[in-house]
Design a binder for this molecule. Sequence first.
Ligand code: UDP
Length: 251
Amino acid sequence: MTFIELAGIKIDDVTMDEAIARLNGFIMERSPHLIVTPNPEIIVSAQVDEELRNILNNSHLRLPDGISMVVVSRILMRPLRERVSGVDFMQKAMALASAKGYRVYLLGGAKGVANEAARKLRLQYPELQIVGARDGYFSKVEETSVVSGIRGVYPDILFAGLGMIRQEKWLANNLNELNVPACVGVGGSMDVISGTKQRAPAWIQALYIEWLYRLIMEPWRIKRQAALPKFLWLTLIKHGIMRTEWLKKLF
Ligand code: UDP
């Protein structure tokens, strides 16, 4: 499988169908795998966080979660074929799990959110085996019981929405202990699936302005969205366009 590098972070060039096939492969292999969903915010944070950078670059599958990453990759003439967002991947993975009888665990979100997501998913996929659901607000002391609670119900897929960076580190640090074939960091996807938060309508996504929609719905995100211009600077100017062959040929 091919990947590209954006500001030193590897991103896999996968389509949704290929990503789901890889997920299926991980489950059949049985050994623990980590799936991450890098977006511009994570890539910017990883510049100054070596632990995060190593986790992302050593993950078994890195989905291109943000449309800006696809756009940047095209400008750099190393095009990613499509955006594979965490929430869309999670939905498709449920269809796979339901069809194959895979066991699913939902971890993350405020109290009740994972249970509500589980309820909605069971309505959508009556055959789906959700073997556990719990919120993502637990202390360091509770961590061992959270891990053994997950391990003890033998999920095939663990979706963890514990907040960006925390979830990647938590999953990577507990990967072997959890012993789940596919561990996926999904950010706020649990909120979307439970209906706690609305996702931008399809036409807004098609115009590549989902970030603007989220900013209007959650104005406090402005601080987090400052990562987007930083990401563009890092990928297009600092590490990117100045080094592309077509620009070198031009001058
Ligand atoms: N979250 C959690 N535990 C925490 C911090 C956050 O479960 O200690 C959850 C939060 O309730 C929300 C999600 O993590 O559901 C937000 O993750 P992130 O900020 O990565 O998502 P985004 O909004 O960027 O999709």
